[in-house]
Design a protein around this ligand. Structure first.
Ligand code: NDP
Length: 448
């Protein structure tokens, strides 16, 4: 059995009932096969892959909180400090009822390679809780965040581990988490990113993941002589990533015609009205039915079991921006049958392995989230830099750095793919480029 296969079996055996984690490891190891096989003896002797696939530290904790009626609830909190070879742990916090250890581990594992690809000194981590913020009052959210931080504070710090937002964790939650950290530790430091602009946040952080996704997509299209202008786009999700992906796509002259949330989806052939979408989702925290009610050109479709409606619309480009495994083989077949040219992941692992392979076999340009959604964490690292020098940069300065970082990520993924005989396979290229830097740093630091 090859070392890659041995390690995959080891991961499955040691981490039972964590299918998303197995899937993320499998995808990475498969695309690293050519690099690993060239250095098999050395990596095996140092158990490099076993160490890479085992988190440095896993923190599991109880989060008790009291609702507005006086009822106590208990949730499960997680922080996975996966790999600190190239910098302090960095990665978001997800609050969603589906959160479990395997999901946080898959996200933390992906974060190692993504953070490495940015070229910035940040290690990989991820955290979250199986708490559902939907329908909770502001006071309930505040009490929950304070309870979560009352345990988390002892494990994080500006030079140790710097969490940020993810699904269910936006500006409001980061504010409450930051307030409680500062209160307990009595230090004013950049321990979280995605902060408000009045207390150390960075301009352009809110927009960064969505904008970065389009900078990367555009770089991939340009490298293949495709002009983004006039192209129609299917976007899934209606959260932070989706909203700013739609906005930047419009600025670049393309036309996004769909978006979705957990209960339904919109097809708007005249193009999504992004200001209305922001009003419905960011301000009112309402359902997409409210978007349809105010927009005569929009069709609203209730989500049916197992169907991911947006992928059945005829478009040139698809940008999955909601959650993991939301684009499966049937969706990929529908997109290819409708003539899709390119797919770029805004969410983390939104495309199943079978769907990814189908796109690649059918010559659809495909880039994975580790590369294409890295703009969020890259800008978080820029927020850390601004906090350390106690200065704030302008929107234009941050945005232009972001654009440079995303173009560089694409270039590195493209070059690594070519170097290892996999031209045009940007998934392999991204995984290889991200891995090599981490592997070298791990080797230099000895067996730790
Ligand atoms: P948000 O919470 O802002 O938005 C998530 C969106 O996806 C919402 O519209 C939500 O619907 C929908 N959604 C969530 N879960 C499901 C589900 N199980 N089925 C269908 N729809 C769902 O999160 P973000 O936009 O921040 O994150 C989206 C994705 O991007 C995630 O995979 C995240 O890990 C990834 N990502 C985010 C980054 C960031 O900077 N925010 C950085 C890099 C990656 P509803 O409105 O009904 O809740």
């Amino acid at each position: 059995m090859s070392y890659v296969d041995e390690v995959y079996s080891y991961v499955v055996e040691k981490n039972p009932a964590q299918p998303e984690f197995h899937q993320a490891v499998k995808e990475v190891l498969e695309s690293l096969r050519v690099v690993i096989e060239a250095n098999e003896e050395e990596y095996k002797k140092d158990a490099l892959l076993e160490r890479l696939c085992t988190p440095e530290r896993q923190i599991l904790f109880r989060v008790p909180w009291v609702d507005d009626k006086g009822q106590t609830h208990v949730n499960n909190g997680f922080r996975i400090q996966f790999n600190s070879a190239i910098g302090p742990y960095k990665g978001g916090l997800r609050f969603h009822p589906s959160v479990n250890l395997g999901i946080i581990k898959f996200l933390g594992f992906e974060q190692i390679f993504k953070n490495s690809l940015t070229g910035l000194p940040i290690g990989g981590g991820k955290g979250g809780c199986d708490f559902d913020p939907k329908g909770k009052s502001d006071n309930e959210i505040m009490r929950f965040c304070q309870s979560f931080m009352t345990e988390l504070y002892r494990h994080i710090g500006a030079d140790t581990d710097v969490p940020a937002g993810d699904i269910g964790v936006g500006g409001r939650e980061i504010g409450y988490l930051y307030g409680q950290y500062k209160r307990i530790r009595n230090v004013y430091e950049g321990v979280l990113t995605g902060k408000g602009l009045t207390y150390g946040g960075s301009l352009a952080r809110t927009e960064a993941t969505g904008y970065g996704l389009l900078y990367c997509t555009n770089a991939m299209l340009k490298a293949n002589n495709v002009d983004i202008k006039g192209k129609t786009i299917a976007v899934s999700g209606a959260g932070n990533v989706a909203i700013y992906a739609i906005q930047k796509a419009q600025q670049l002259g393309a036309k996004p015609v769909t978006c979705s949330d957990s209960t339904g989806w919109i097809y708007d052939p005249e193009g999504i009205d992004v200001e209305l979408l922001r009003e419905v989702k960011e301000v009112k925290r309402a359902r997409l039915t409210e978007y349809a009610a105010k927009r005569p050109s929009a069709e609203y479709h209730e989500k049916k079991n197992g169907e991911h409606g947006v992928w059945n619309v005829k478009v040139d480009i698809a940008l999955p921006c909601a959650t993991q495994n939301e684009l499966d083989l049937d969706d990929a077949k529908a997109l290819v049958a409708n003539g899709v040219i390119a797919v770029a992941e805004g969410a983390n692992m939104p495309t199943t392995i079978e769907a990814t392979q189908y796109f690649q076999q059918n010559k659809v340009l495909f880039i994975c989230g580790k590369a294409s959604n890295a703009g969020g964490v890259a800008t978080s690292a820029l927020e850390m830099s601004q906090n350390s020098e106690r200065l704030s940069w302008t929107f234009e300065e941050v945005d232009s750095k972001l654009q440079g970082i995303m173009e560089n990520i694409f270039k590195n993924a493209d070059e690594a793919a070519k170097k290892y005989g996999k031209e045009g396979d940007y998934v392999a290229g991204a995984n290889i480029a991200g891995f090599l830097k981490v592997a070298e740093a791990m080797k230099a630091q000895g067996i730790v």
